[in-house]
Ligand binder design. Structure first.
Ligand code: TYM
Length: 332
């Protein structure tokens, strides 16, 4: 089992990232060889000032370390430091088809009505993502639900490469999606994903929110007047209620069904304070560790540098094999 996954260093980590991905990344470190990276080359697909990007990379690396990613057990790096990602992305962009990219829902959402005005990088973004994963012969890619389509595309690109060039250079990876919390929703609208780009900060819990802010956001979270039923399935059609139960279940490592059973008959007036308490207990130690890393940016940089060296060594033979399979004379 080889695990590879990444996150864009844009703004803060929120609860969706934590439950859908990072918490699971940390748990998988005991089971497999893990490569985790900050997708800084993806972050520049939308303009970001160089100072802000530098600060986001350090901040997000500190946040991953604070969430329990252990650089002794996992390889943690930023992918701009490993040139193989950009090189492999070019090779794969000559294999991927335009029609495949046109089907990517994330591009449609991000470009909206401004399709002609966004960067070419935003469009070819999933090809770089394919390079990120294929370079390391990943077997599993732990992600939230919203990345499933991108991981399926990676398999399509690898399969076409194998068919075109007659050599099995890559491992076909599977998306590894959590049973609970693969899609955490906005606290203001249970039909919209919790996201960094939502203009309302009340829609999400940030990992650095202090206890009062967390409590206030949960208190104000949209719900309905009905009490909790005795089965999770009975929450169909009540997306906000379903979301809060899911968050509680994910953070307490329980099934949503057992959470509903325990609170059956209670209204949200009783459930919300318990959820807020669980969140505060989960986030407090993370925020404390993050503050330590903020005070030691050099230590964070050296973790990333060492991670990049290790990553580059693992990526090199696959990149070489891809050049060779395509008939390119390369320096490798
Ligand atoms: P990004 O930075 O948008 O999100 C990082 C991870 O968090 C998950 N996630 C969520 N999970 C549950 N509920 C939510 N509301 C929620 N919001 C975000 C995402 O699914 C993701 O797992 N393209 C990727 C980064 C990337 C990558 C890769 C991932 C680049 N290369 C290679 C895997 C493999 C992205 O933008 O994730």
């Amino acid at each position: 089992m080889r695990i590879v996954s990444g996150i864009q260093p844009t703004g803060n980590l929120h609860l969706g990232n934590y439950i859908g991905a990072i918490r699971r990344w940390a748990a998988m470190q005991d089971e497999a060889e893990c490569f985790y990276f900050l997708a800084d080359l993806h972050a520049i697909t939308v303009y970001v000032s160089p100072d802000e990007l530098r600060s986001n990379v350090r901040e997000m690396a500190g946040a991953l370390l604070a969430c329990g990613i252990d650089p002794e057990r996992s390889v943690l790096f930023n992918h701009a430091r490993v040139a193989a990602h950009a090189e492999m992305a070019w090779l794969l962009s000559c294999v991927a088809r335009i029609g495949w990219l046109n089907r990517m829902t994330q591009f449609k959402e991000k470009s909206g009505k401004n399709r002609e005005g966004v960067s070419v990088g935003l469009y070819s973004y999933p090809i770089l993502q394919a390079a990120d994963v294929l370079l390391y012969q990943a077997t599993h890619v732990p992600v939230g639900e919203d990345q499933k389509q991108h991981v399926e595309l990676i398999r399509d690109i690898a399969t076409k490469f194998h068919n075109d060039y007659g050599q099995e250079v890559f491992t076909l990876p599977d998306a590894h999606i959590g049973e609970t919390g693969a899609r955490i929703m906005s606290l203001r609208d249970g039909t919209a994903k919790m996201s960094k780009s939502d203009p309302s900060d009340m829609s999400r819990i940030n990992l650095i929110d202090d206890s009062d802010t967390v409590a206030q956001k949960i208190r104000k979270a949209k719900t309905d007047a009905e009490p909790l039923p005795d089965s999770f399935d009975a929450l169909d059609g009540r997306p906000e209620a379903r979301n809060l139960v899911t968050i509680y279940a994910a953070l307490s490592d329980r099934t949503p069904q057992s959470v509903v059973e325990e609170h059956s008959g209670q209204g949200f007036g009783a459930f919300k304070p318990k959820l807020a308490e669980l969140l505060v207990e989960t986030l407090r130690p993370i925020a404390a560790r993050l503050n330590d890393y903020r005070a030691h940016p050099d230590a964070v940089d050296s973790v990333l540098e060492r991670g990049a060296e290790r990553a580059a060594a693992v990526a090199a033979p696959t990149l070489s094999a891809a050049y060779k399979a395509m008939g390119l004379f390369a320096r490798h």
